[in-house]
Design a protein around this ligand. Structure first.
Ligand code: 13P
Ligand code: SF4
Length: 298
């Protein structure tokens, strides 16, 4: 399977980008692995005809918006992000009517339509910096309420209205799990994603994007690290930092959409050049503006 994928990639001039939550086999095959910010940036630097995006739809859309000249494929058409679906354009515009002077800051975990009505996008790796740089005092932040909590606590000079969305996988980490992990691994560092609930964030030693966790894991003196994010990340950490021990915070938490892509669906996608991401030109143009502004702000 790997050989056929390599051959197809060469023949078609394709590059495989994969998110840190993908299944191990996909992580091993990918040309580039990363968090949502790294993958968005990488898509603009690649000299290739086709990008095969192993992740969820909003990530593939972001690659398409930033590199409209390339064909962007996602191997499973229904690999979505339920958090992204929690903000719909009509509801967001209604909230904007209530706060006409506020800028809309959207996490990249949103649809292209939402990005098109957004002033500036952010990812978990740069949300604090982006919000600090927004010219208005008032901000509507969407769709993740926990990332909003994280930003609000750190950027107190802004008045931030949080959207009430959440990630079903990260929401399952509990304060009880943090307390148990402390007892089980007293010398461990506990790192969590900002999509975790506030009480989990408060008890953790550090809050990082997925690739931020990797950098921290490499840099910290701790030899045991407990991870509060989707389970796929632990495979990458173990592979790249083999001298340290990694454990999931409580039971492993799975994002089922991230797991939809298999080596077989990746091969089929390459063979048949499916499923192509297409978006209306006008939406792409506006969405590009909010993504490019994010890159400008960081
Ligand atoms: P990262 O940007 O940290 O990779 O997170 C993306 C995501 O979907 C987290 O659930
Ligand atoms: Fe969306 Fe949560 Fe899956 Fe990330 S882990 S893609 S936020 S559902």
């Amino acid at each position: 399977m790997k050989k056929s994928i390599d051959r197809l990639k060469r023949e078609k001039g394709a590059v495989i980008l994969a998110h840190n939550y993908q299944v191990p086999e996909i992580q091993d095959i990918a040309d580039f692995l990363g968090d949502s910010l790294e993958l968005a940036k990488k898509s603009t630097e690649l000299d290739c005809k086709i990008i095969i995006f192993c992740g969820v739809r909003f990530m593939a859309e972001t690659a398409k918006i930033l590199s409209p000249e390339k064909k962007v494929l996602i191997p499973e058409i229904d690999a979505g992000c339920p958090l992204a679906d929690m903000a719909q354009p009509d509801e967001v515009l209604k909230l904007k009517e209530k706060h006409p002077n506020a800028w809309i800051v959207s996490y990249v975990n949103t649809s292209a339509e939402i990005k098109a009505i957004t002033d500036v996008c952010c990812t978990s790796a740069n949300a604090e910096k982006v919000v600090r740089n927004v010219p208005t005092r008032k901000i509507i932040f969407l769709p993740d309420r926990n990332l909003c909590y994280y930003v609000k606590k750190r950027v107190q000079e802004k008045e931030i209205v949080c959207w009430d969305g959440y990630c079903y996988a990260h929401r399952r980490f509990t304060a009880e799990e943090v307390k148990t992990a402390r007892e089980t691994y007293p010398s461990a560092e506990i790192l969590v994603h900002p999509e975790c609930n506030p009480e989990v964030q408060e008890l953790a030693d550090g809050i990082y994007s997925t690739s931020g966790m990797l950098r921290r894991a490499k840099g910290t003196k701790a030899e045991t690290i407990v991870i509060g994010t989707e389970e796929g990340m632990i495979y990458r950490l173990k592979k790249e930092v083999p001298e340290k021990s990694f454990y999931s915070l409580g039971s492993a938490k799975t994002c089922y959409d991230m797991k939809k892509i298999t080596v077989e669906s990746l091969k089929n996608a390459l063979e048949r050049e499916r499923y192509e991401i297409t978006l209306p030109e006008k939406i792409m143009e506006k969405a590009r503006h909010s993504l490019e502004r994010m890159i400008e702000y960081i």
